[in-house]
Design a protein around this ligand. Sequence first.
Ligand code: ADE
Ligand code: ZN
Ligand code: ZN
Length: 276
Amino acid sequence: WGPNGHAIVADIAQAHLTPSTLTAVRTLLATEGYASLDQVASWPDTIGHISKSKGGAPETLAWHYVDIDAANPAYDQPRDCPDQICVAEKLPEQERILADPAATATKRLTALKWVVHLIGDMHQPLHAVERDHDKGGNTIHVTYFGDNLNGHMNLHSLWDEGILDHATGLKVGPHYTIDFSSAQKEAMKLNASVTPGEIAFWTADITAADNRNAAIDWVDESHSLARTVAYGTLPRAQKAELGEDYTTLAWPVIQLRLEQAGVRLAAVLNASFGNK
Ligand code: ADE
Ligand code: ZN
Ligand code: ZN
């Protein structure tokens, strides 16, 4: 997702934290002067796009996705993530650090930033797929309502932010700058449609111990949605012209995935902080 999507996931999650988890999360955030989860939600994208010599971590860009070929039905670690550097394996690794009482506060805050971000990204359908080696749609040029952002729009960025921004009116400025209060309002709109039954169903596989299996379930959901909706009826071509019809298909899925990511992030945080 772009910065608005990540902020929305963080805001939905924060609304579902138990009081003791919220206190623990705020204490950890405060060690670097942050007050809420949305403020750290896009940090992994920021450091990923800064060179190593300037203090960034471009080698972590592969942590944000897993390329499962659209011809395959589901995630298979030896085939899809042989070096264990992909979102399906990095999320559980960071969850373990976050829940480790022996880890330093610095390490746990870094892990918290990753968990907030990666639960978001793994719910974006195109973060769990590739078709014809298109890097989750990054190599597919698109126009959206006739606009191609001077050639900068592609199928992946359309799902990360183009459709969300179109449907909500949210905007992104330079260097990931967003209006946090507008994102918060959109998050609460989405959250208002989530039912207790959905919360129970969506979080049924989350435990206080290890959530690798849950992570794989969420990646498989994304992969399936990518096959059926994001690629769906799109012909295998290097470009597409998309607009109202595509939005009608994609926007309900984007809303669902942001809601699920937020609710599940809260459940993971409640499970790892709740009992301490
Ligand atoms: N880079 C390569 N594959 C990708 C994917 N599926 N999502 C995001 N970035 C990628
Ligand atoms: Zn993306
Ligand atoms: Zn990311």
